[in-house]
Design a protein around this ligand. Structure first.
Ligand SMILES: Nc1nc2c(ncn2[C@@H]2O[C@H](COP(=O)(O)OP(=O)(O)OP(=O)(O)O)[C@@H](O)[C@H]2O)c(=O)[nH]1
Length: 301
């Protein structure tokens, strides 16, 4: 599949697959799918093993850019795959879309599918096209509900690009608590591994995101990845972070609104601050330790 081309004017073909674990599609838009006996059945094959079919209709960028689904309370979530060329973005997206042979669907880079995760349905639109240079500008980038930053475990430069992307995303979505998952793909290529699991995990901890290794080739952990995306989105929907960032100017050492130089500080206060600093550092260390333990668990925040 040829990616990374401007597509503003180009209608994208939508490919839809049976819902994971057999859920019916809950997408409210009219669905002209001819019934072939599997779209509404229960008990489908797991993600990546299901059959798929061409709907025949097209989906424009509007489907991605429309305001519906932009917030967590809506029904549809957009997931964007980012990463260097050749790391496996299209392969992962294709598995999500239930495409067994990508040669048969040239130009399809946009898959919509309803998954049942923990007994509840969620529709994801997964897209694997992007233009690195336009990351900061494009609405497409900003409207994603979750990001998968993919690297190949055999390619260190793709790992470095993943870190860069994480930093750019942080700038782009500063105010938002958006799920970001670092994905080390091609885990089947054991002999040519260049990035260890520990390194991948450490990077995820440092960048405060989740981490998983997959093999698109073997369909290994791909279902877990997309189920994890759904769980991460839901967790944030149910426990939204405080929007105003809490009371400002009350952090340790902030000193409130100092107008004409700091007031004299008593020894007791200095001691309290010192101990507070120690505790904060300790907490930070503990938080880091806890994160490194849980960064591969996509079912917790
Ligand atoms: N061994 C192995 N090969 C993989 C895996 N995933 C993808 N590949 C192969 O890597 C090559 C690139 O895969 P794509 O899915 O096209 O990668 P991409 O990131 O979409 O690449 P661009 O379209 O150039 O951005 C293809 O030959 C895939 O078959 C994997 O998990 N293991």
């Amino acid at each position: 599949m040829t990616l990374n081309k401007p597509r503003e004017k180009e209608p994208l073909q939508r490919r839809s697959s049976p819902a994971l674990l057999g859920a019916r599609s809950s997408a409210p838009h009219p669905d002209p799918t001819p019934q072939r006996g599997h779209a509404s059945q229960r008990g489908h094959a797991p993600l990546g093993l299901s059959s798929s079919y061409q709907l025949g209709d097209t989906v424009h960028w509007d489907r991605w850019l429309c305001d519906e689904g932009n917030s967590y309370k809506d029904f549809l979530y957009r997931v964007l795959l980012l990463g260097d060329h050749g790391v496996g973005k299209s392969s992962l997206a294709g598995i999500f879309g239930g495409v067994s042979n990508r040669e048969e669907s040239p130009g399809v880079d946009h898959y919509e599918r309803t998954l049942t995760v923990d007994g509840e349905e969620t529709t994801l639109v997964v897209m694997d096209t992007w233009e690195p240079d336009k990351l900061e500008e494009e609405d497409v980038m900003k409207k994603a509900s979750a990001y998968l930053i993919v690297y190949s475990i055999t390619d260190r430069s793709s790992f470095e690009s993943a870190s860069e992307l994480r930093i750019r995303l942080r700038r782009l979505r500063q105010a938002d608590d958006i799920p970001i998952i670092l994905v080390g793909n091609k885990s089947d290529l054991v002999r040519s591994r260049d990035i260890s699991i520990e390194e991948g995990r450490a990077c995820a901890v440092m960048f405060d995101c989740k981490f998983i290794e997959t093999s698109a080739c073997l369909h290994h952990q791909v279902g877990e990845l997309f189920q994890g995306v759904v769980r991460q989105i839901r967790l944030r929907r149910r426990h939204p972070p405080p929007r105003d960032g809490g009371p400002a100017g009350q952090g340790p050492g902030d000193g409130g609104q100092a107008r004409s130089g700091p007031p004299p500080i008593s020894l007791a206060k200095k001691a309290r601050r010192f101990l507070g600093g120690l505790a904060a550092r300790n907490n930070q260390h503990l938080a880091l330790k806890a994160r490194s333990k849980s960064c591969h668990d996509l079912s917790v925040l």
